[in-house]
Design a protein around this ligand. Structure first.
Ligand code: CAA
Length: 707
């Protein structure tokens, strides 16, 4: 670090010190997000020392260049030994600074970045800044004093809300909470900081460090912690870090600051050592990794999507139209009958109004979004769309007819996408004269909520079209994962095999409730059969019927699930499916009628039910998924294990703290899984247990899958 007099000479460090008048300015410049890696930490320590030694400065300013303040610790360093100064050491040095330090927050001030700011004497946020402690999402707790300082600023209850949710707050809310001292509407971080420095100089006072303030925590009711623990035990029994967070915040209000810090450190280490941390961090990077499609050159040009179209105003089509409107993209929604269109628009309006009722949207926003959705009965109105998503009935003949029509009316260069979940995208593309502009965009229901978007690349889909679809996914807030063409693509293809196995387990003697209990115990939000009820038993039934009619050799034999569908028990929407539902409730209740149906099905097949252990249910349901995932990799339908992980994380509720299906499989042991798959092939049989050659090969070689 140069002396202040030479501070124009920029050293080879991501942190610089310079003086503006009598204000020492510490600037962090570490793109893309100014993460607090080792270089930044040591640069900050040196810059702080230089500023404190600088006789010409009365106070210090901490600012960042680029799009954001520090977005946290450098996550890539986790799990490796931390080189000094560690983040807590650095934060302690700022806390003990003998000159006032003002932090100016813009963009995202997250995690360790916000913790550092909390150790400064004054915090100023620029309008638009987002402040948060998202460590819980990575299986951690704020380990650099965040759990001790935040309650001192905003009170223990609010601190728990913020740290347990991991969700950021905006600058205005941060001001109202007392998290920042001022919000600046204009200017750069440096300009805003210099204004704040001027104000502080005029006040002629040195604010107390947050660590020395106790007024907001003095009267904390101990019942707060009892209530939060009870709530977590109910809501998040699997997760380690939320429980440790409550312990840490409780320490902030019951122990002196230094002891609270020591307690936080010990609890942080517990979280850091937990396998959940590794899983959640894998999930964090997986979400970003899937955006980089192998074989698609970075910088591939994309087409502008200024206007979209959706064909089909049913549940899926309406939801997809909302995804566009939510991102500010005008969308034309087409259906064939006025009645269907009116129904679709009414459903959309109800859904937006429900969001407004919950305070998630203002009425003005409801109006703006509705205004972006233009209903029509005329295909001609799709002529201006840059991209059209077809969400019509799941039948090849219907889809081909729709695409033929779209090809005729849509402008050259418009991208035509199908939301099919099973059909051959290439056969659909063949109905057009522009197969290079056709692909699948497989949304998941409910489309506005589920983050997964399978981007299905057909044999002739061009790079530009694929790159455009991946960019669009990000723009509408989805996790786009590129996949190849096959029946069910990646997600549903794996689900199908799990479904086969869940049915086989019930046939052998397990109950649907047992299968579901084991899966929710593993961490899925819903068991297989509860999910079937949610999705609608009729949906799978129609697909199975179509496969049987088409003579598919792997089609499932008719079973008790088909009988349920024949009886109109479609699941939640009809109040009964595998489970029964009280009116207005989504809680699955066991149904004696179903037990009788299953018993009859077993006796028809001559099966004497046996006791099936929970371990067997777990292994069979999960290993069958891993085996199918390996086949998908082998065939190149998914390019990398991380793609499959992201698909199951964002589309099917695979527990994020387990990292993803294949990340989990590595930890479970590929050797163990491969041996079991071969055993099940021998003992149970069925296409689902035909072992993947790739799985066997990787297990035998003791190397990770896909490498
Ligand atoms: N460490 C390392 N790399 C990070 C990072 C971090 N904290 N945050 C983001 N990045 C990387 C991303 O991986 C991505 O890299 P690639 O371009 O190579 O894929 C790049 O920065 C840009 O990130 P995004 O694509 O996510 O950009 P965005 O603009 O959509 O979002 C963001 C920016 C809101 C900051 C988002 O990246 C984010 O939420 N980051 C994580 C923040 C976080 O969790 N911080 C807490 C870390 S734990 C901690 O700080 C405390 C502790 O005590 C351990």
């Amino acid at each position: 670090m140069p002396s202040p007099a030479q501070s124009e000479a920029v050293p080879a460090t991501p942190v610089h010190y310079a003086r503006r008048g009598r204000v020492g300015v510490i600037t962090v410049d570490n793109p893309p997000v100014n993460a607090l890696g080792h270089g930044v930490r040591s640069g900050l320590a040196a810059a702080l020392a230089a500023g404190l030694d600088d006789a010409e400065s009365d106070m210090l300013l901490l600012v960042c260049t680029g799009r954001t303040f520090m977005a946290g610790a450098d996550i890539r360093e986790f799990g490796k030994p931390s080189a000094p100064p560690t983040l807590p050491e650095l934060v302690a040095r700022f806390d003990a600074a003998t000159k006032p330090v003002i932090a100016v927050l813009h963009g995202s001030a997250l995690g360790g970045g916000l913790e550092l700011a909390l150790a400064c004497h004054v915090r100023v946020a620029l309008t638009g800044a987002r402040l948060g402690l998202p460590e819980v999402k990575l299986g951690l707790l704020p380990g650099a004093g965040g759990t001790q300082r935040l309650p001192r600023l905003v009170g223990a209850a609010k601190a728990l809300d913020l740290i347990l949710s991991g969700e950021p707050v905006g600058a205005e809310e941060a001001l109202a909470l007392g998290l920042v001292d001022a919000v600046e509407e204009r200017g750069s971080p440096l300009e805003a900081g210099l204004c704040a420095a001027g104000r502080l100089a005029a006040e002629k006072r040195t604010p107390l460090p947050v660590s020395a303030r106790n007024d907001r925590i003095a009267e904390t009711d101990p019942a707060l912690f009892i209530e939060r623990r009870a709530e977590l035990a109910r809501r998040l029994p699997h997760l380690v870090s939320p429980h440790r967070i409550v312990d840490a915040v409780e320490a902030a209000v019951t122990l002196p600051f230094a002891d609270g810090m020591a307690r936080e450190r010990a609890l942080f280490r517990d979280c850091m050592d937990s396998p959940q941390r590794a899983g959640l961090i894998h999930a964090f990077f997986a979400e970003r990794e899937v955006a980089k499609v192998p074989g698609l050159p970075a910088g591939t040009p994309t087409r502008d999507i200024r206007e979209a179209g959706v064909v089909g105003a049913g549940t899926m089509g309406g939801g997809i139209a909302m995804c566009f409107a939510n991102a500010g993209i005008p969308v034309t929604l087409l259906d064939l009958s006025q009645e269907a269109l009116d129904r679709g628009i009414a459903t959309i309006r109800r859904s937006y109004e429900a969001s407004a009722g919950k305070g998630r949207l203002t009425l003005a926003q409801v109006g703006e979004r509705m205004a972006l959705i233009r209903p029509t009965l005329s295909h001609g109105d799709l002529a201006g769309a840059d991209l059209v998503v077809e969400a019509a009935f799941e039948s090849m003949a219907v889809k081909q007819a729709v695409f033929r029509k779209l090809d005729g009316v849509c402008k050259p260069g418009a991208i035509l996408a199908t939301n099919s979940s099973t059909l051959d995208v290439d056969a659909i593309a063949a109905a057009t004269g522009r197969p290079q502009d056709v692909l699948g965009l497989h949304f998941f229901s409910p489309a506005t909520i589920m983050r997964l978007l399978e981007v299905v690349r057909g044999a002739q889909t061009s790079d530009i079209v694929l790159a455009t679809a991946m960019a669009l996914a990000r723009r509408i807030g989805k996790v786009g994962v590129a996949v190849g063409v096959c029946d069910g693509f990646v997600g549903n293809r794996i689900l199908r095999q799990r479904g086969r196995e869940a049915m086989a387990l019930v046939e052998a003697g397990a109950s649907p409730e047992q299968v579901d209990r084991v899966l929710t115990g593993f961490g899925f939000p819903l068991g297989h059969f509860a999910m079937t009820d949610l999705a609608g038993i009729d949906v799978g039934w129609r697909i199975r019927e179509e496969r049987r009619t088409a003579g598919d050799p792997e089609a499932e034999a008719p079973d008790w699930l088909d009988v349920l569908a024949e009886r109109g028990r479609y699941g939640q929407k009809t109040g009964a499916g595998v489970y029964r539902y009280e009116p207005g409730s989504r809680k699955p209740l066991p149904d004696p009628e179903l037990a009788a149906l299953i018993a009859a099905d077993r006796s028809r097949r001559g099966i004497a039910p046996r006791l099936v252990g929970d371990d067997e249910v777990r292994d069979r349901c999960l290993y069958v998924m891993v085996n199918e995932a390996a086949k998908i990799l082998e065939e190149g339908i998914a390019a990398r294990p991380v793609d499959i992980d992201a698909i199951w994380l964002h589309g099917y509720g695979f527990p994020s703290w387990r990292g993803g299906l294949l990340f989990w499989a590595e930890r479970e042991g590929l050797g163990r899984i491969a041996t079991a798959v071969q055993r099940y092939q021998r003992d149970i049989g069925g296409p689902q247990w035909c072992p993947s050659a790739l799985l066997l090969k990787c297990a035998a070689a003791g190397r990770p899958i896909g490498c």
